[in-house]
Write a protein that binds this ligand. Structure first.
Ligand code: ADA
Length: 562
């Protein structure tokens, strides 16, 4: 939105812990306790500050700012972990639940100093998304950027772009008339190498409408890992302008193959948490870029954002560097009850809608995943109707986006009851690490049995791997050594390549991450040590061996493509 006046609200904020959770009653939103507060930085998580490393609870943030305009403004939070309640100049604007999706409120700016106050609560439970025992650290804070924008009476709220291989570009612009009078405004779309289109729209008072626009690009250039060509769509409504990047690409399946732009592709991926010892969830962009470069040096062509919607800048970097992205909402090991009952069942739908609405235009995203390792071996039991809940969630996903593959990730192997609903079958399997076999099957036999179960769909091994303590070496390649980790991963990939039904894999995991403290007894260093690099992105033996293996596979597959 390049034409809107903005105030960047990143930087220093006032900060105070509210361990007794009495701040709302004490009206911190209009009477901030400066005598107890200190400064902190936004974006950020409070666990990276001395003394707050393990604080789970409520904290308050306050930002004082001036703006070069007064009246209506749009305040957008990139993400707040986990629940946010927001006040502007003492007026309550609303609340949001969920640590990984953006949200925004319309407020009113006064001409002089403005007071933005946020109550943040990072406590999780069996009724949150993710649940408290999910296997990563639940940081707290305003973890992504905050911006305040000026908006006119009538403005563009959202622009979704579908770029097709024949050059046709379909745009859906959601526009709002916030005023109480009818307005006639010009709505226009321009895309390079295409003839622009424009028309006058009549907006009744207070309406929100979706307008469709279409142009056709001459000599269309497709987006692909090898050649990630990006275009810009410029949508204007009167004085307002949206600029959205997009790509011309198509993803679909053909039997057990995934086709990108009509060509079979085998995914060489890693699972990446957004985590770093110095920044928690709130990675600075230079670390995102470092991760992209390291993942490219692994000869990957894909990343799974395990297990939640990733920062939009990381997705932009995937778009620019041709890394395919597997996006997921954090329904991590949800029980049959959580899948089929409120509030968790509803939270899955809300966060799915937010993720798809906000990340729709990224050509790198080819897959939406609804949950991970949940009780999908339950179908219909008394008061546990997982089947209906799963059908509804898939129907919602398809209604939101019919251009991508929809799936969920399972570790229930041949006991799973819902693979028929998924476009691709995604399996996590740690045979050789947590267990030596399943029902007598080693990993190759497991792959064969899964291929027999779902012969007509692509299988992705969305997680596999082993722990490798950085610096621990063993001539006998004992478990937890770097030697064992590497040998195990390479053997698993070789087995996958012998199965015609496996269309790719994602190593668990890219980097070591801070584990959920409740799992620490099973996590040396209180970390999940299955990274190919450690938490500071220093390579382990497996990093080099996987990079070499993926380079061989890329040459094999690219040769096939040519
Ligand atoms: C599961 C889960 C991951 C991680 C992994 C592990 O597959 O999906 O989030 O917990 O196990 O390291 O055990």
């Amino acid at each position: 939105t390049p034409l809107r006046r903005k105030v960047d609200l990143d930087g220093w904020w006032d900060f105070v812990i509210d361990s007794d959770d009495q701040g709302e009653q004490a009206r911190y939103f209009s009477d901030f306790p400066f005598d107890e507060s200190r400064h902190t930085t936004v974006p950020g998580v409070w666990e990276t500050q001395a003394g707050y490393e393990d604080y789970q609870g409520v904290a308050w943030y306050r930002k004082e700012f001036e703006a070069p305009w007064m009246g209506p403004c749009l305040i957008t939070f990139g993400a707040v972990a986990y629940i946010a309640k927001v006040w502007l100049n003492g007026e309550y604007l609303g609340e949001h639940e969920g640590s990984f999706t953006a949200f925004r409120f319309i407020g009113n700016l006064s001409l002089d100093v403005n007071d933005l106050v946020v109550r943040v609560d990072n406590r999780h439970s069996d009724e949150t998304l993710p649940k408290e025992t999910a296997d990563w650290y639940h940081y707290g804070g305003i973890s992504r950027s905050v911006v305040c924008e000026e908006i006119d009476d009538a403005y563009i709220e959202q622009v979704h772009v579908v770029g097709r291989l024949d050059g046709q570009v379909d745009v859906r612009a959601t526009i709002v008339n916030g005023s109480d009078r009818e307005q006639d405004l010009e709505l226009a779309l321009s895309v390079p190498d295409a003839e622009a289109t424009a028309r006058t729209v009549t907006l009744g008072p207070g309406v929100r409408v979706v307008e469709e626009l279409r142009v056709r690009i001459d000599e269309p250039q497709w987006w692909s890992p090898a050649d990630p060509v990006l275009y810009e769509a410029i949508v204007t409504l009167g004085e307002d302008m949206f600029v959205e990047r997009f790509g011309l690409r198509e993803v679909r399946t053909d039997g057990p193959q995934i086709l990108l732009n009509g060509e079979p592709i085998w995914l060489r991926g890693v699972n990446r948490h957004e985590d770093h010892p110095d920044w928690g969830f709130a990675l600075p962009e230079r670390i995102m870029l470092k991760d992209i470069d390291i993942i490219l040096s692994l000869n990957c062509n894909a990343v799974r954002g395990s297990h939640y919607p990733n920062h939009p800048t990381f997705l932009d970097l995937c778009d620019e560097n041709g890394l395919l992205f597997f996006a997921e909402i954090p329904g991590w090991q949800y029980s049959a009850h959580q899948l089929s009952h409120s509030p968790t069942k509803d939270l899955l739908g809300v966060m799915l809608q937010e993720m798809v609405a906000q990340q729709y235009n990224h050509p790198s995203i080819i897959i939406w995943s609804l949950h991970n390792e949940s009780e999908t071996d339950v179908s219909r039991e008394p008061d546990l109707d997982v089947r209906t809940a799963t059908e509804e969630l898939f129907a919602l996903a398809r209604s939101l986006d019919d251009t991508r593959l929809i799936t969920y990730v399972s570790h229930r192997y041949w006991r799973d009851k819902h693979f028929d609903l998924a476009d691709i079958v995604c399996l996590n399997e740690y045979i050789g690490w947590y267990v030596d076999e399943i029902d007598g099957a080693d990993f190759p036999a497991y792959l064969e049995r899964m291929a027999e179960m779902v012969p007509d769909k692509p299988i992705l091994i969305t997680e596999f791997g082993a722990g490798g303590i950085p610096g621990y070496h063993s001539m006998a390649a004992r478990k937890w050594s770097e030697e064992h980790q590497s040998t195990h991963i390479i053997a698993q990939i070789e087995a996958m390549r012998r199965s015609a039904n496996v269309a790719g894999c994602f190593v668990w995991q890219y980097c070591d991450v801070l584990a959920n403290p409740k799992a620490a007894i099973r996590r040396p260093r209180a970390m999940n040590n299955k990274g190919l690099v450690d938490e500071y992105r220093r390579p382990k033996l497996a990093f080099h061996d996987v990079a070499e293996m993926f380079e061989i596979l890329a040459e094999e597959d690219d040769w096939e493509e040519e």
